[in-house]
Design a protein around this ligand. Structure first.
Ligand SMILES: *[C@@H]1O[C@H](CO)[C@@H](O)[C@H](O)[C@H]1NC(C)=O
Ligand SMILES: *[C@@H]1O[C@H](CO)[C@@H](O)[C@H](O)[C@H]1NC(C)=O
Ligand SMILES: *[C@@H]1O[C@H](CO)[C@@H](O)[C@H](O)[C@H]1NC(C)=O
Ligand SMILES: *[C@@H]1O[C@H](CO)[C@@H](O)[C@H](O)[C@H]1NC(C)=O
Ligand SMILES: *[C@@H]1O[C@H](CO)[C@@H](O)[C@H](O)[C@H]1NC(C)=O
Length: 193
């Protein structure tokens, strides 16, 4: 079949059938995020941090005590969706080449990080991945600015669900996030002083 025609069909199918997307896509429910969307970091502009959250699959503690783990990608400038889709999520995307053709697969990840923790990915800082920077001037230029936005976003996330209120929070990340993690840790300490 002509590829353009096929993609038109798929697009059209999404448009008319978006309410049945879960049942009709070949993605198992446990591969899908529990929640995703935007956390506004500025009351006067539309700047917002994009998040994707996977609730813990296998609680070993009551939900109210089940830790939330926040993941920040490095770069600077890499989307946390890299860590999500290729590293930590319950079903990972992988690709391989056979006979010079790329084969893309979607496989369960038995080492996923949302087994006993709720797992939250944040596209940080604004301007990265799906996050929105209303103006280039609002993009943080230093760790203090990054931490200020992350603190607002994490607070907004906790407000989304009563069950998040008292859960311990761990912040982790990769590579350049070795700068973000202590910066947001310091900001939380300062605010809670
Ligand atoms: C997956 O989730 C959808 C939407 O909540 C539900 O309608 C469907 O029955 C679920 N499928 C399975 C196999 O659990
Ligand atoms: C919100 O945006 C305005 C206008 O760009 C800026 O002056 C202000 O510092 C921003 N606030 C935060 C918390 O980033
Ligand atoms: C996950 O899968 C790997 C490779 O198949 C296997 O070696 C490992 O024991 C599995 N771990 C768990 C916790 O099931
Ligand atoms: C959930 O926990 C049980 C008991 O510890 C274990 O046998 C099972 O493999 C776990 N499943 C996942 C997805 O981690
Ligand atoms: C709150 O979170 C819990 C656990 O993730 C979930 O079962 C519940 O549906 C959520 N409530 C709302 C209003 O999203």
């Amino acid at each position: 079949m002509d590829f353009k025609f096929l993609s038109f069909l798929i697009f059209h199918y999404f448009l008319i059938n978006s309410s049945t997307i879960y049942a009709s896509l070949p993605f198992p429910n446990d591969s899908l995020p529990t929640k995703s969307g935007y956390l506004r970091v500025n009351d006067t502009t539309s700047s917002a941090i994009f998040y994707t959250f996977y609730e813990a699959q296998n609680l070993t503690t009551p939900l109210s005590q089940t830790p939330l783990l926040i993941w920040l990608q490095g770069g600077p400038g890499c989307s946390s969706m890299l860590g999500n889709f290729y590293e930590l999520c319950p079903w990972r995307v992988s690709s391989s080449h056979r006979q010079k053709i790329e084969h893309v697969a979607h496989n369960p990840n038995n080492g996923s990080w949302n087994r006993i923790f709720g797992l939250l990915f944040l596209d940080n800082p604004i301007g990265v991945g799906f996050s929105i920077a209303a103006t280039p001037e609002e993009i943080p230029r230093n760790q203090k600015g990054v931490a200020k936005h992350l603190y607002i976003a994490i607070k907004k996330f906790i407000e989304l669900n009563e069950s998040f209120k008292d859960r311990p929070i761990y912040i982790a990340g990769e590579s350049y996030a070795g700068k973000y993690v202590p910066a947001i840790g310091y900001q939380v300490l300062k605010k809670n002083w």
